[in-house]
Design a protein around this ligand. Structure first.
Ligand code: GUN
Length: 281
């Protein structure tokens, strides 16, 4: 059994991104917008800014009050859409209830939609002709690649069907020639489905939800969960201690998928800058 070291893979990739960015005539630029004061979102936004510094990127941070109107937010996005220094625009989700998140995502120019949440980028992912992939599923694919884990012809089961993780994750595994099943909270006999997985990706957000009897011997288990257990300790969707010895590879929480997510955001922002340079040639 090998514990996948997301921190090491992520650090390695950030070094590569930094080196590639340093060769460009201008720095890649990322704008991060946070509306309201959700503590978890504040931490994510802070880490995104730190990652930009680490990779030598230009960054702008907008911390707006929860009372910000949708119109004000759309105006800011419009301004950033027209700003050549900005290659990626990220609105931290969730936004307060009075703001329509679909309208906000759709307002971001597809070239700067480094989360790949807008219709155009989602459609490209579906077809398999994409520049940006949502950061968490992209990070999972990088982890599999870093450990030379074969995907083609394998049974992959994704538990969770969110737009941010489950659905794009399933598409990426499909493009890599896995036979993919998407399971979710309404799936009947879930254990029968997950036990069939050579590669099991869990993104349900329930602490220690994946138990030993749900995992096939020798499976690759990827845990996207970021939960708190009954003692307030960070834990994943997988009952790690009980499951780990049954697997061939497993990601820990923390230190597995988590560190990859922001690294993939940097990768997408770098990609956007490169496309802008190409277009202006
Ligand atoms: N909220 C939780 N995950 C994400 C993410 O990947 N991007 C954005 N914008 N908001 C999030």
């Amino acid at each position: 059994m090998t514990i996948i070291d997301g921190k090491a893979v992520s650090a390695n990739l950030r070094e590569k991104i930094k080196a590639e960015a340093a060769l460009l005539p201008e720095k890649p630029g990322l704008a991060v917008i946070l509306v309201g004061d959700d503590p978890a979102s504040q931490t994510y936004v802070k880490n995104k800014k730190l990652a930009c510094e680490q990779c030598g990127f230009y960054s702008e941070e907008y911390r707006l009050p929860a009372s910000t109107t949708q119109e004000e937010l759309l105006l800011l996005i419009e301004k950033l859409n027209c700003d050549d220094k900005i290659n990626g625009i990220l609105v931290q989700l969730p936004v307060p209830e009075h703001i329509d998140d679909v309208a906000v995502i759709q307002a971001i120019s597809p070239e700067k939609d480094v989360d790949a949440f807008g219709y155009e980028n989602v459609g490209k992912i579906m077809i398999g002709n994409f520049h940006y992939v949502p950061c968490t599923p992209a990070g999972v694919m990088q982890l599999l690649k870093a450990y030379n884990i074969e995907i083609g012809g394998k049974n992959a089961v994704v538990v969770g069907r969110s737009n941010i993780v489950g659905k794009p994750q399933a598409m990426l595994l499909l493009h890599a020639n896995a036979t993919v099943t998407i399971a979710h909270s309404k799936t009947a006999n879930l254990a029968d489905v997950t036990k069939n997985a050579d590669i099991l990706v869990s993104a349900v957000g329930i602490p220690k939800f994946i138990k030993k009897d749900m995992v096939k011997d020798g499976a690759v288990v990827i845990d996207v969960g970021m939960n708190r257990d009954e003692n307030g300790k960070l834990c994943g969707d997988v009952d790690f201690e009980a499951v780990k010895d049954k697997t061939s590879y497993i990601t820990p929480v923390p230190g597995g998928v988590g560190p990859m997510t922001i690294t993939m955001l940097m990768q997408n922002t770098l990609e956007s800058k490169k496309q802008q340079i190409q277009k202006n040639k």
